[in-house]
Ligand binder design. Structure first.
Ligand SMILES: [Fe+2]
Length: 206
C-alpha cells in the first residue's frame, strides 16, 4: 500500500492572513505530496513495499530516508499550526519560563536559532533524554527523532514555507507564525514526552 498524504487538520484558507490559501495549498498538495510520491516510487523498487514512515526514517538511507523525514516533518508541522488560537497553558508556560526566562524569551531564542539557518531546514522545540527543553536546528531533511530528541514544536524554515507570502522576509514569517501556533498541541506533546520519560525511569526500577 502506498503511503498517503494526510489531510490538513483545517481548511486551506484557515490560516490566512498569516499563511495564504495559495501558499498552504502549494506547500501541502505540492511539496508535502511530492515527498510521498518520490518515497512511494523508491519503495516500490525495494523488498519491503509497505514499511511505515517511521521505519524508513530509522532504517532507510539516502533519498528514501530524506523523503520519509520530510513527509513526517510536514505532517507534524501542520499539527503545530491552528486557526483556533489558544495561548500556552500554565504548565507549558512555566516550563518555557523556567528555561528561557519568559515566553517572549523563548520566542526570541527560537527565532534567533531559526534565522541562523543558511539554507533549508527545520527549527524545533524538543524534549531531551535528560528531561530538558531545548531548541534544535535540523538542516535539510533532519529529524530530532533520529537524534533521540522528542519533538514538541516544528517550524519549517525551507524557503518554500515563507517565500510565497513573505518574500525574502524570513523574520516576518517567524513573527507572524506565533499568531497561529497550536500551543495545546505543543503542551500535549510535552505531557506525553514527560510521561514516557517517567515510564522509562519506572521501568528501570522494576
Ligand atoms: Fe515545507
Amino acid at each position: 500500500m502506498p503511503l498517503e498524504l494526510p489531510s490538513l487538520p483545517y481548511a486551506t484558507d484557515a490560516l490566512a492572513p498569516v499563511i495564504s490559501a495559495h501558499s498552504l495549498r502549494m506547500h501541502h498538495e505540492g511539496v508535502h505530496a511530492d515527498y510521498l510520491k518520490r518515497l512511494n516510487a523508491l519503495l516500490e523498487r525495494g523488498d519491503n513495499a509497505s514499511p511505515s514512515l517511521e521505519q524508513v526514517m530509522s532504517t532507510g538511507r539516502g533519498e528514501a530516508q530524506a523523503c520519509a523525514c520530510q513527509a513526517w516533518n510536514h505532517t507534524f508541522f501542520w499539527q503545530c499550526l491552528t486557526p483556533w488560537y489558544h495561548p500556552p497553558g500554565q504548565a507549558l508556560e512555566t516550563a518555557l519560563t523556567a528555561r528561557w526566562g519568559s515566553l517572549e524569551g523563548f520566542q526570541e531564542a527560537f527565532m534567533a536559532s531559526a534565522m541562523a539557518h543558511f539554507m533549508g531546514g527545520w527549527t524545533w522545540l524538543v524534549y531531551t533524554p535528560q528531561g530538558r527543553l531545548d531548541i534544535h536546528n535540523a538542516v535539510d531533511a533532519g529529524s530530532p527523532l533520529l537524534k533521540g530528541l522528542t519533538p514538541l514544536l516544528a517550524v519549517d524554515m525551507w524557503e518554500h514555507a515563507w517565500y510565497v507570502d513573505f518574500g525574502n522576509d524570513r523574520r516576518k514569517y517567524l513573527q507572524k507564525l506565533w499568531k497561529i501556533i497550536n500551543w495545546p498541541f505543543v503542551e500535549q506533546c510535552l505531557e506525553d514526552a514527560m510521561a514516557t520519560a517517567q515510564g522509562r525511569r519506572n521501568l528501570l526500577h522494576v
